[in-house]
Ligand binder design. Structure first.
Ligand SMILES: Cc1cc2nc3c(=O)[nH]c(=O)nc-3n(C[C@H](O)[C@H](O)[C@H](O)COP(=O)(O)O)c2cc1C
Length: 100
């Protein structure tokens, strides 16, 4: 396989237009899990450990680790699950244009 063609198949070649694809894919898994009574917690904290994670799971080195995700049945009364964090006001993160 020519070198440039090999590069084209790499996850590293994903561009700006693919950022949303990755997020939507992650969220689809999270929503499907909820439908099955499961809870999830995406964790980008795994990213610096990509090499060790790939070695353990046998993932080829031309892939890229975007996030890990814990998944399991919830224990709602566990102390760590009782924290309810504040939410940013939607007006501070969304700008509506052309809806006046
Ligand atoms: C892709 C992705 C990666 C994340 N990585 C981390 C992480 O590494 N560490 C962390 O504390 N929270 C991380 N978060 C946030 C938590 O998964 C979670 O959303 C946050 O603790 C808020 O939980 P809540 O929405 O139930 O309040 C990440 C979220 C997303 C969507």
């Amino acid at each position: 396989m020519p070198k440039d063609q090999a590069l084209d198949s790499r996850d590293y070649n994903l561009g700006q237009g693919n950022w949303a694809d990755v997020g939507m894919y992650i969220q689809t898994i999270m929503l499907a899990a909820r439908g099955l009574g499961l809870e999830t917690c995406p964790q980008a904290a795994w990213v610096p450990y990509q090499e060790a994670v790939f070695r353990q799971l046998g993932v080829p080195a031309d892939q890229i680790l975007v996030t890990g995700m814990s998944i399991g049945y919830p224990k709602h009364n566990a102390i760590e699950n009782t924290l309810v964090s504040d939410r940013e006001d939607i007006a501070n993160v969304v700008k509506y244009s052309g809806f006046d």
